[in-house]
Design a protein around this ligand. Structure first.
Ligand code: GDP
Ligand code: MG
Length: 544
């Protein structure tokens, strides 16, 4: 690949740098960050699910792993962190602040969470539960469920207030914020009314808001509980009503219009109905008989039954043979939209397995999964590197102003800053991802064919020929010709943009540098092959 840093260089730079930093002095934190960096680069991405309390974080975690293991619901108000990581065996280990850690049966996870008046003291010292699962998704990243941020929010907290006293809320926030700072990447659940607080929290995670736009590849925004926009509004086709598309997507674009900064902070913002995805994967097979029964009702009647939850779940529902408990179970696990969707797929003769899969796809959770795997799994090293550089920059930002630091400390800071810039300049993959993202958001002034070319050129891990849009069998002389044309094209583009759009200019410059890198590689290869031909010719003459 053109221009990329040899694999171990960043690791070497970090570990060589650490000993120069004074451990006990002003820069002690920085030294810790640097000396832990190589180990952190080698580990899996730590993906934290963060946001306000009761936004559906634990529900999303369950939906992502396809099992109901994180406790959800109004009673879940402990301070503890759940970490889900990959391992051959299903197991869980609890870590306390006042006694040694202990294995716990997975089945007892719920009771370790739910606030139980008899066990308050025990639960108060429970810090963290690490759950190991042989779940493919967790090969890409560790998933961290946090209790929730609270005190920074004023809006939408009425519900939470009923069950959480302010002291607890402050502690939950502290625990969650600490976990966020230790994470490499974030799934951030927006509060119901997007506030400046959301932008602030994420901006802080990434470094000062907007200053390190690269960081956006480490954050995915989530608009949760979209299915709660129910019943379908008058005028909509109620059977085809899709609250994710109809309301969720609209909310995302409203957010982006109201706070354009969000476009920089998030790689993507995805509207979801986590409950539907969680329910789809976890309801017992037997419940499909109940869904079949509902699917057998006339469409108008089914819609009428599902329109109001209070009616669907009441004690007596004349003409319906499902018991109140069965209806409540379905409602609690899938919600009315999920039930309606399932019925429609059953009517289309989908199998139970297909219905489960389709619901996960429709809920938006499959999109979160796919994106998380491609972003945080396949780009693991870049994500980690970017997270570490972000932490170092934050450490430096938090130091007292340069004039109040010793000359020695200033020298150390300069040294670290140089190293950070050296790494981020040379790891072109970091920048390539950012440029691809800008291209995806149509924020580059390029036409369709040019965008296609750009994406191909920047695609890491493919051959020179593929990056030039040619088959791998293309003769090197042709590759040279095409690479030359490519360089000329991007050179011209750079000149066009020189005085207009700095963001686009920086992006196109990177494309130009990449094209030049490819050009130099194919030229070298071509020359070598020509020389080889000449040598072969000479050899043949000797033998003749
Ligand atoms: N309708 C609906 N309810 C949801 C959804 N996700 C979560 N909930 C409910 O919201 C409540 C809080 O969810 P939970 O996952 O515990 O929130 P957390 O505090 O952010 O972890 C629970 O009663 C969930 O059942 C969703 O997508 N749709
Ligand atoms: Mg939770």
């Amino acid at each position: 690949m053109a221009h990329s840093l040899p694999r171990q260089d960043a690791e070497k730079i970090f570990s060589r740098l650490a000993p120069f930093i004074d451990e006990k002095g002003l820069l002690g934190d920085l030294r810790g960050t640097l000396s832990r960096a190589p180990e952190r680069l080698a580990g899996p991405v730590r993906l934290a699910v963060v946001g306000q309390i009761k936004r559906g974080k634990s529900t999303l975690v369950n939906a992502l792993i396809g099992q109901r293991l994180a406790a959800t619901g109004p009673l879940e108000t402990t301070f503890r962190i759940n970490v889900f990581k990959y391992g051959g065996e299903r197991s869980a280990r609890a870590f306390f602040s006042d006694r040694p850690s202990a294995d716990v049966p997975l089945e007892s996870l719920a009771s370790l969470t739910v606030r139980d008046p008899g066990r308050e003291a025990e639960l108060a010292t429970l810090k963290r539960v690490v759950i190991t699962l042989p779940e493919h998704l967790l090969r890409s990243f560790e998933l961290i469920d946090t209790p929730g941020l609270y005190s920074v929010y004023v809006t939408d907290s009425a519900n939470a207030l009923e069950v959480i006293d302010p002291e607890q809320a402050a502690r939950m926030t502290k625990v969650s914020a600490e976990e966020l700072q230790g994470a490499d990447a974030v799934l951030y659940m927006f509060s119901r009314d997007l506030g400046g607080a959301d932008t602030e929290v994420v901006g802080r995670f990434l470094g000062v808001a907007g200053r390190y736009p690269l960081g956006a590849m480490r954050t995915i925004g989530i608009v949760s509980k979209c299915d709660s926009y129910w019943p379908p509004p008058a005028g909509a086709d109620p059977l085809g009503y899709d609250p994710i598309k109809a309301v969720g997507q609209q909310k995302v674009s409203d957010y982006l219009t109201a706070e354009p900064e969000l476009g920089r902070l998030f790689y993507e913002i995805i509207p979801i109905a986590g409950l539907v995805a969680e329910g789809a994967q976890t309801i017992p097979a037997e419940w499909f008989n109940w869904l079949q029964y509902l699917a057998g009702r006339a469409p108008d009647e089914l819609l009428r039954l599902l329109r109001y939850r209070s009616m669907f779940t009441r004690d007596e529902l004349p003409g319906v043979t499902l018991s109140a408990q069965q209806r409540r179970d379905l409602d609690g696990s899938l919600g009315p939209w999920g039930i309606l969707l399932a019925c429609r797929y059953l009517l289309d003769n989908c199998s139970e397995e297909e219905v489960r899969k389709k619901l996960v796809a429709d809920s938006g959770v499959q999109r979160v999964r796919d994106l998380a795997v491609s972003q945080f799994g396949e780009r693991r090293r870049l994500i980690k590197l970017d997270a570490i550089l972000g932490d170092i920059r934050r450490n430096i930002d938090d130091l007292p102003a340069p004039h109040s630091r010793s000359a020695e400390a200033n020298e150390q800071v300069t040294r670290v800053q140089d190293a950070v810039e050296r790494i981020s300049d040379r790891e072109e993959g970091l920048q390539a991802i950012q440029v691809l993202r800008l291209a995806g958001q149509r924020r580059l002034p390029l036409g369709g064919p040019e965008l296609g070319r750009l994406c191909r050129l920047l695609d890491p891990g493919t051959s020179c020929a593929a990056r030039l849009g040619l088959p791998d069998s293309t003769p090197p002389a042709v590759l040279v010709e095409v690479a030359d044309a490519e360089v000329t094209r991007w050179q011209r583009r750079t000149d066009d943009l020189a005085s207009t759009d700095p963001e686009a200019l920086a992006a196109i410059r990177l494309v130009l540098r990449t094209a030049e890198g490819i050009q130099s590689q194919v030229r070298k290869a071509d020359q070598m092959l020509r020389k080889a031909d000449q040598l072969r010719e000479k050899a043949r003459l000797l033998l003749d």
